[in-house]
Design a protein. Structure first.
Ligand code: ADP
Length: 272
């Protein structure tokens, strides 16, 4: 690669340590550069597909004089859908790049329960349309220090996926809990679990689903209007707000996503 300036030094402990540090750093730079290049190439590919469909559809209309009105309507509708898809992809790409560069937004105490109730309200029409029921098991006192819009985005993406990748008649369980830290001195954690009874994610795909553009079933994601960016936005946003997120298979079926944030106890009790 471009960063091939490896340093080898024998002897002196201090020098060896410095050389190791230098080599480790160049290694990391190379990875960042690769990740960036990969991202641009993946993004271009994702944008090219709908653009190619739009070209194809317009060409068919323009080159076929005798096309009946109904077919024209159908093609134009498809063009509209592809344009909508492009909009969704670019919006999400902007969200991701903005996270890299934008100054940190307002952070404050947020009641997670209130955020989840807003997300539930937004998702009810979609859930109703595919006959999936939402079960909310929420408690008071789950306050975290975070950006409210970020929490909304995290919960929305997870709950929307739980509906999208479900089966007719299936369920989504959203639950809030408080958990004690494992070691003495660890504070409490606010734990948000989003479980579904849906199609599930194969064990071997689980480590990859937070990667940008990764989709287990491309056709299904596409049909559901997916971009493969939702979970990478979830991961970045969770980390930015000091939390953790993981996904595992749910027994007997479906998927379970768990997000943990340090609980905020309020100024008067001496928060972190
Ligand atoms: P998409 O826009 O495709 O939904 P995401 O980044 O949100 O992208 O999710 C990545 C992929 O992970 C999805 O395409 C889907 O294959 C899988 N996935 C995400 N959530 C679930 C879920 N609750 N159940 C099953 N598969 C899921």
């Amino acid at each position: 690669g471009e960063y091939s300036h490896r340093v080898t030094i024998g002897g002196g402990d201090e020098l060896t340590r410095l050389a190791d540090e230098f080599n480790e750093l160049t290694g990391r730079l190379q990875t960042t550069e690769e990740v960036r290049r990969r991202f641009v190439s993946d993004a271009s590919h994702e944008l090219k597909t709908p653009l190619a469909s739009i070209r194809l559809l317009t060409d068919s209309i323009l080159q076929n004089d005798g096309m009946d009105e109904e077919t024209v309507r159908e093609f134009v509708t498809d063009i509209g859908n592809e344009a909508e898809r492009l909009t969704r992809i670019t919006e999400k790409l902007l969200t991701l790049t903005r996270m890299d560069t934008a100054p940190p937004r307002a952070v404050g105490p947020v009641d997670v329960k209130q955020v989840l109730l807003r997300v539930e309200h937004m998702l009810l029409p979609l859930a109703g349309a595919v006959n999936v029921s939402l079960h909310m098991d929420l408690i008071e006192g789950c306050t975290v220090l975070a950006t409210e819009d970020d929490l909304y985005q995290i919960a929305f993406n997870l709950m929307e996926n739980a509906v999208k990748y479900n089966l007719p008649g299936g369920s989504v369980f959203v639950c809030l809990q408080l958990r004690r830290g494992k070691r003495p001195g660890d504070g409490d954690w606010v734990v948000l679990r989003v479980e579904d009874t849906g199609v599930g994610i194969p064990e071997e795909d689980l480590p990859k689903i937070f990667d940008r553009f990764y989709r287990v079933d491309k056709a299904r994601s596409r049909a559901a209007g997916g971009t493969g960016l939702g979970l990478s936005i979830v991961r970045d946003t969770v980390l930015q707000n000091g939390g953790t997120v993981e996904a595992r298979r749910r027994e007997p079926e479906g998927t379970c996503f768990e997000v943990c944030f340090p609980r905020w106890h309020g100024e008067e009790e001496g928060a972190e």
